[in-house]
Design a protein around this ligand. Structure first.
Ligand code: MEV
Length: 433
């Protein structure tokens, strides 16, 4: 029976297979047709004419590698994870971490209802508390009006859920009232829906308060729409040639503690989390700037910027981890269904809706963080990075086939990983092939 007949994402040696075999395997996994395979291979897909409809002043398109992370077991289900990223080591690292987590039973994830927050800024009211009461007084009318702006989402069970008021007494522009519209956007990311709803509510709020509305826009601190991933890694799975599992667990815990206590480290630690999450976000046609904004604002929610992940050692000495953060992503709307490669990526992922996608993203973020801090707490990340860097240099210098590996090994042995040296080695070793 093939790996895929068993429907497992545990695919040992996937990275060693030629690209064409990987495409065939993923195509079998996701039942991709020839047209979809052509999109993966860059033979078709987003073209300049389509790009011209997506943004202004388009003059072309810009391609990035699309990789597949393996080994993900989330809530008992196997996933192959499409990732779009230019940085080497990310896909390999997250796949390795997912394998370690698989040894502990895989990820357990959960998520909130897809509730987005829209903000309406009300100024020029004599008393912000009185204005707040006036807004609450027309709450039902506001919810009804907000529901008029996206009948599709309302038809699918989404829609306006609540109105909240937040007086801000001390701002550089004086007191103001901020009105929050809480809106269930179902499987959409929801930016358009929530922005439209906020714009519709503004005249009603002005009428009720006698004030003036300025901004009407969603908040990227989507803290009503969080996703959580948790995992256990058996200490034994973390042992290396030179370190016991318990030593590695301790090192990872200490790495987390550093990020928890120090914003300088937390920024880099969280960058590692986002390496993975952004890559899936981009692959699925989602807005990774929104994801980034929400994640970093959430990391500072206590008044001090800190680690997005938590790691601790359980009573058995095993490593436990958790990541909880806002994840505002969709599986319908925006580029998710317009960008040909995003559609293929969503098919490979096989998620049913935005909450499942958000949970997958949280699992990827947790695994990516584990990959980084495990490497940092053991061998350091440069060993793996330099090998991949050397490979890129070799290819840039014109090496192909077997010559790539020989140029890489020679540069690593010499400790000289530079384009000029790669070019010399391509000449020298190429002659002896
Ligand atoms: C590099 O892209 C990401 C890391 O710096 C993350 C980290 O330091 O935790 C390796």
């Amino acid at each position: 029976m093939s790996d895929l007949q068993q429907r497992t994402s545990r695919l040992p040696g996937f990275f060693k297979r030629p690209l064409a075999e990987r495409v065939a395997l993923v195509s079998e996994w996701a039942a991709l047709d020839a047209a979809e395979q052509a999109i993966l291979l860059g033979a078709s897909g987003l073209g300049a004419p389509q790009a011209d409809h997506m943004i202004e002043n388009a003059v072309g398109i810009y391609a990035l590698p699309l990789g597949i992370a393996t080994n993900f077991l989330i809530n008992g289900r196997d996933y192959l994870i499409p990732m779009v990223i230019e940085e080497p080591s990310v896909v390999a690292g997250v796949s390795y971490a997912a394998r370690l987590i698989r040894d502990g039973g895989g990820f357990v994830t959960s998520s909130d209802e897809p509730l987005m927050i829209g903000q309406i800024q009300v100024l020029d009211v004599p008393d912000v508390y009185v204005a707040a009461g006036q807004v609450i007084g027309i709450k039902e009318a506001l919810l009804a009006e907000a529901n008029c702006c996206d009948l599709t989402i309302v038809g699918l069970g989404g829609g306006a859920r609540d109105i909240q008021v937040r007086p801000l007494l001390e701002t550089p522009a004086g007191p103001m009232l901020i009105v929050h519209l809480i809106y269930d956007v179902r499987d959409a990311m929801g930016a358009n829906t929530i922005n439209t709803a906020c714009e519709r509510l503004a005249p009603l709020i002005e009428k009720a308060t006698g004030g003036r509305v300025n901004l009407r826009i969603l908040s990227n601190l989507a803290d009503r729409r969080t996703a959580t991933a948790e995992c256990t890694v058996p200490a034994a799975a973390l042992a290396t040639e030179t370190l016991t599992g318990a030593e590695v667990v301790r090192g990872i815990f200490e790495a987390y503690a550093f990020a928890a206590a120090d914003p300088y480290r937390a920024a880099t630690h969280n960058k590692g989390v986002m390496n993975g999450m952004d890559a899936v976000c981009i692959a699925t046609g989602n807005d990774w700037r929104a994801l980034e904004a929400g994640a970093h604002a959430y990391a500072a929610r206590g008044g001090r910027y800190t680690s997005l992940t938590e790691w601790w050692i359980d009573e058995s000495g095993d490593l436990r981890g958790r990541l909880k953060l806002p994840v505002a992503v969709g599986t319908v709307g925006g580029a998710t269904r317009v960008h040909p490669a995003a559609k293929v990526a969503l098919k490979i992922l096989g998620v049913k809706g935005s909450r499942e996608l958000a949970e997958v993203l949280a699992a990827v973020g947790l695994a990516q963080n584990l990959a980084a801090i495990r490497a940092l707490a053991t061998t350091g990340i440069q060993a793996g990075h330099m090998r991949l860097h050397a490979r890129q240099m070799a290819i840039a210098a014109g090496a192909t086939g077997d010559l790539i590996g020989r140029v890489v090994e020679a540069m690593i042995a010499e400790g000289a990983i530079r384009l000029d040296r790669a070019q010399e080695l391509v000449q020298e070793l190429g002659r002896t092939l």
